[in-house]
Design a protein around this ligand. Structure first.
Ligand SMILES: Cc1ncc(COP(=O)(O)O)c(C=O)c1O
Length: 385
């Protein structure tokens, strides 16, 4: 079914086709060409990271993080139950056991008050996800990690250039990951990045990303031939994708401004309706500067959520729910997941609805979405639909 107002419509910033043509003309369309170097320099400069490496996806960046941390069978990794499968699967691929932790009811981020009790002698890492690009409580999470000597890997798929207490998300963990998938703010179709904040991982990251070879050192003239030195895979994107990405990165401020306007229009347009209908709006703590990645609402019940999806669908508007609880998935149950284990995740997953959100969403499209939502009255609690 095609929708008049889709959930996402990937937008171009301006120079994508020009840079792609240039990347092809340069005669280097494989990875680590001119545009990859430009993206690396841009991101490293902005984030002040020891190193940033473009990857083929955020999923692959998390897989690299698991390899770099030398995660072994039987190790435990603390993850939110409310996240995308890649946050967890990357560690499971190395044989780790995910320990699912519930989320906070306000920001929907990993509940830091539950993390310490989930730590055991086998815990190797905590993986906070900055949901919607709103920062987790990094002070608390870093303090717990330091007390127990475990690594922090930030899954920052949603939060490029968002801040927690003035500092960019993705710069707190020893490693962090970004996504440039077409549903994100800054895109290149499929793509990601590994942000390396602890320099101890830099050299091995280059090797793991290049099939376990020391090719990067060879290109820098540090060795006279390159060879197989470690395990790894092919995690570097084509320079054609890096060219696409660079055009977006250059315009990130304009993209951010557009998204902020859209987010605020939803928030203002729905405020009184939400209050009158027992609907929860996104919560952004004062010390967070969010990335305006999405706008979601939390309906009082799954019945209201489904009814509203249907109402919008009948008008050609696509709204979508998000993240089925991972601990209750087929795989999650194999790791001991059971109903009631993460009650906030379970409740949120039933009630959350994400509204159409893309850089070029017009004011009239948005007004239509808002007025359709406002025409819906939620059922008083206790009344079935
Ligand atoms: C929290 C989170 N982590 C990781 C990913 C995976 O990103 P990618 O599609 O770039 O692999 C997603 C995808 O939406 C996500 O929401």
């Amino acid at each position: 079914m095609s929708y008049r107002i889709p959930f996402n419509r990937p937008g171009l910033a301006g120079d994508e086709l020009h840079y792609i043509a240039d990347a092809i003309a340069q005669g280097h369309s494989a990875g680590d060409g001119v545009y990859t170097a430009k993206c690396h320099a841009f991101l490293q400069g902005k984030l002040n990271a020891a190193k940033v490496l473009l990857t083929t996806s955020c999923t692959h960046a998390i897989e690299m993080a698991a390899l770099l941390l030398d995660i072994q069978p039987g190790d435990e990794v603390i993850v939110p139950a409310f996240t995308f499968v890649s946050t967890v699967n990357a560690f499971v691929l190395r044989g780790a056991r995910p320990v699912f932790c519930d989320i906070r009811p306000d920001t929907l981020n990993l509940d830091e008050s539950l993390v310490e009790q989930a730590i055991t002698a086998r815990t190797r890492a905590i993986v906070p996800v900055h949901y919607g690009g709103v920062g987790c409580d990094m002070d608390a999470i870093l303090a717990i990690a330091a007390r127990h000597g475990v690594a922090v890997v930030e899954d920052n798929a949603h939060g490029l250039f968002a801040r927690y207490k003035g500092r960019y998300l993705g710069t707190f963990g020893c490693l962090a990951t970004q996504s440039f998938h077409e549903t994100k703010n800054i895109i290149c179709g499929e793509g990601g990045a590994l942000v390396i904040n602890d320099p101890v991982y830099v050299e091995r990251a280059e090797i793991v990303r290049e099939k376990g070879t020391n090719r990067a050192r060879f290109y820098r003239g540090q060795v006279d031939k390159y060879t197989w030195v470690d395990i790894g895979s092919s995690y570097l994107p084509s320079d054609i994708l890096a060219a696409f990405l660079y055009a977006q990165l250059e315009r990130y401020e304009q993209i951010d401004a557009k998204r902020e306007r859209i987010w605020r229009r939803y928030d203002e347009g729905l405020r009184d309706w939400a209050r009158d209908n027992d609907v929860q709006r996104p919560h952004v703590p004062k010390y967070c500067r969010q990335s305006y990645h999405m706008y979601y609402i939390l309906l009082p019940s799954v019945e209201d959520r489904q009814a509203l999806i249907g109402l919008l669908r009948d008008r050609g508007i696509l709204s979508v729910f998000h993240y089925l609880p991972l601990h209750l998935s087929e795989m999650g149950r194999q790791f001991g997941g059971r109903a009631g284990q993460c009650p906030v995740t379970e409740s949120v997953s039933d009630r959350l609805l994400r509204l159409p959100f893309y850089n070029n969403l017009t004011e009239s499209e948005q007004s239509e979405v808002v007025s359709m939502i406002r025409s819906y009255a939620t059922q008083p609690v206790g009344v079935g639909v």
